[in-house]
Ligand binder design. Structure first.
Ligand code: KG4
Ligand code: ZN
Length: 363
């Protein structure tokens, strides 16, 4: 595969609790998703109400080859057609990252092809540029020309481990302008869901509980939950206090009724969305960006998508959001970022790739 020709890229993502592989078509104009396979470990981790790293890495080891085969099969591709491999090097759980990176290295080594190390958060960011209108059922395509005209952009990245506001100046240059000082937004959803007796992962469970139609006699919280740091004047976030505030109220109630559970779910979701939307709006104003994008697992949340879309519309700016199937962890987002790096000539050799569980955002 030469830099200007059409070629195929294999992407692998195993940073947390999804074993994922995707095949992409790369040409000079951009990157297109041909297949996107995800084997979720959610049911495994539901038993422990969260991810146990050792169990996660073992499950990745068991699943990775079958997931790879499926991604190749769905895209009608064989390993011989693959010209470059992209893999997540961090951030994430070290044992989980190693399964994906060692698999990717083995393929790159055996085939003598380049390997591209991709930052998980950078992958989430680029997934917001994926266009939905592509005929590919797996998720869409990215055109470099579209990205370029959207930059500089402000990205809100909200996942289980990260909450960051980032100004993307050009395709591989960014500046973090705000981040959480304690828990991430997804972590707040997960921890509060646990308090409320809702299953893992907490975000979708809280969203579902919050959107249940109200029966008679709805229950109302005695005290609203806080909107931490909403008027702090900077672009940092804090979500640990939200969990503590919920904890005190839940404890005072002993056993929660369904109405109480729904009321807490609605208020939790609203508090998190209020803070995220308010800070993103102000940052978009301050940094004079050309567009705003929303990415990461929490971007699956409908209230967040709608609220932010409305606010950004008031600014007259385009709002980019990942197609629903690319919001939570997947390999297509790693493939999109990998294809763009490949086109920019940023490739590496397999022996230079090292996992980094604490990797900082990189594009
Ligand atoms: O990006 P992601 O799949 O994995 C990480 O990189 O962390 O994000 C997972 C996080 C979890 O905390 C999960 O509860 C949250 O995203 N999440 C949601 C929704 N779907 C997933 N949070 C709120 N509403 C959702 N619908
Ligand atoms: Zn993620």
């Amino acid at each position: 595969m030469t830099q200007s020709s059409v070629g195929k890229l294999l992407a692998i993502e195993t940073s947390c609790d999804e074993t994922a592989a995707a095949v992409m078509a790369v040409d000079k104009k951009g990157v297109r998703i041909l297949s996107n396979t995800v084997a979720s470990q959610i049911l495994l981790h539901r038993k422990t109400l969260g991810v146990v790293p050792e169990i996660a890495s073992r499950a990745h080891t068991e699943k990775i080859l079958a997931v790879l085969e499926q991604a190749l099969r769905d895209s009608k591709t064989t390993l011989q057609d693959i010209g470059v491999v992209a893999v997540t090097y961090g951030p994430g759980l070290v044992g989980s990252l190693l399964v994906g990176s060692e698999t990717a290295k083995a393929i790159a080594y055996a085939r003598g092809i380049p390997l591209i190390a991709i930052n998980h958060l950078g992958g989430h960011c680029f997934s917001a540029f994926a266009e939905k209108k592509s005929p590919v059922q797996a998720g869409g395509q990215i055109l470099i020309s579209n990205i370029k005209k959207s930059l500089p952009a402000l990205a809100l990245i909200v996942s289980g481990g990260h909450t960051e506001l980032v100004v993307i100046r050009n395709m591989f240059n960014y500046r973090i302008v705000g981040r959480t000082v304690d828990d991430a937004a997804g972590e707040a959803f997960d921890k509060i869901a646990r308090l409320l007796g809702l299953p893992y992962p907490g975000g979708p469970a809280i969203e579902a509980a919050a959107s249940k139609p109200l029966a008679t006699d709805p229950w109302i919280l005695t005290t609203k939950l806080p909107r931490p740091m909403i008027d702090s004047g900077d672009f940092n976030f804090s979500f640990a206090g939200l969990k503590t505030a919920a904890l005190y109220q839940v404890r005072a109630l002993k056993k929660l009724s369904k109405h109480q559970q729904a009321a807490f779910a609605r208020e939790t979701q609203q508090a998190i969305v209020d803070v995220l939307a308010s800070k993103t709006y102000r940052a978009a104003l301050q940094f004079k960006v050309k567009s705003v994008l929303l990415a990461g697992g929490v971007s699956a949340n409908k209230l967040l998508r709608q609220t932010l879309a409305q606010k950004i519309k008031q600014l007259g700016l385009p709002f980019h959001i990942a197609p629903q199937q690319l919001t939570t962890d997947n390999a297509a987002m790693i493939g999109l970022a990998g294809g763009l790096r490949y086109l920019a000539g940023k490739t590496t050799n397999w022996y230079d790739v090292k996992v980094n569980p604490n990797a900082k955002l990189d594009m």
